[in-house]
Design a binder for this molecule. Sequence first.
Ligand code: CP3
Length: 343
Amino acid sequence: MSDQTTFIKACYGLKHEHTPAWLMRQAGRYQESYRQLKEKVGFWGICTQADLIEQVTVTAALELNADAAIIFSDITLPSWAMGLDLEFCPGPKFSNPVRSTKDIEALELYDPNEKVPFLIEGIKQTRQTLPPDKSLIGFIGAPLTMAAYMVEGKPDRQWRKFKALAYNEPQTLHQLLEKLSSALVLHAKAQIEAGCDCIQLFDTSVSELAPPYLRDFGFDYAQKVISELKKENVPIIYFARNVTPHFGHLKTLGADVLGVDWTTSISQVREAIGDDTTLMGNLDPCMLYCTQDVLKKHVTQILEEAQGLPGYIFNLGHGVLPETPPENVRFVIDTVHELSSPI
Ligand code: CP3
C-alpha cells in the first residue's frame, strides 16, 4: 500500500507536491496496444485474466504518467458474479435481467476471492508492479446504477423497464438495492484487501430518476455503501453525472472526494459546498479532440478554478472517448503537472 502518495494526500485535502491527475477510462480503445489485445482475447478475456488486467492497468498509468491507476474491470462484474448471464456487444447485455422478487432471491451473495479470483489476483499483481508513488483505484458501480443495468438488461436512453419497476413496485426495487449494497460492499472490501488504495463509486445513471426517488433509491444507498467502506480507512470517491443541483446533499454522503462532470464548473461546486471536500474533474472529454493550444487553455482555466487548494484532483468529466488522439491524452496530464506547483 502506498498511503502517502500525492493522490492520497489530495483525497484527504492534505498539502502535497503537485496536482495529481488521472483519467477515467485511461486504459481503453484510444490506445493501439489495448485495441490489439482486445482483438486477440476480447474485452471479457482481458477482464477475466489477472496477467492481462495487470498489463492493461499498468501500461495506461505509465504511458500517461498518471498519479493513479484504475484497475481494469467493469462495473457489471458483480452482476455476473451474482448469477446474471453477461455479454458485451460492446455495452453490457444480460439475457436474464432482474424483474421480480424471485429473480432477486436467486441472486447470489458471493465471496469475491472464490468467484472473481482473477480480479483479486490482478489487483495483487498490479499493486506489486505499479511504482509506489502511483495509487491504485478499485471501483464498484453504486447500487442505483447497478440496479438500472440489471433490471433493464442493457444500456437504454430512457431506462423504461427500470423506471417502471421503480415507480410501480418501489418495494421490489428496495429489495434489489439492499441485496446489491451488501454484494458491492463485499466486492469493494475484497479489492481493498488485495491492495487497492482507494475505491471509486460510479453512479453514472443516478440522475435519471425524479426527486424524491433520487434520494430514496439513489443517494441513500450510495451513502450506506460509503459508510461501510469508510471503516476500511481508504479514501472513497463518489462520481455521479448531471447532479449539479444536488452537490449540497452529496457532500453529506461521507465520500472523501466528489467527482464533477463538465456540466458545471469546479468554482460553482466550491461555492455551493465550501472547501473541505476534495473535488475531482472536470474537463469535457471532447476537448481531447481539440488542438493542444485549446486544450492547454481549458486545463489552465480548470486549475485556476481549483484555486491551488490541496483538495483537488484533475480528471475528465467522464471517461476518455474512443478515437481520442493518444498524444493529447498524455499532453493533458503533462500540462497539469507542469502548471501545478507544490501546495
Ligand atoms: O480505465 C478505466 O476507467 C477502468 C475500466 C472501466 C471500464 N468500465 C472498462 C470498460 C471502468 C471504471 C468502467 C466503469 C463502467 N462500466 C461504468 C461507469 C462509468 C461510465 O463509463 O459510465 C459503466 C456504466 C459501465 C458499463 C459499460 N461497460 C458500458 C456502458 C460499456 C460500453 C460503452 C463504452 O463506454 O464502451 C462497457 C464496456 C467497457 N468497459 C469498455 C471498457 C474499456 C469498452 C469495451 C471495449 O473496449 O469495447
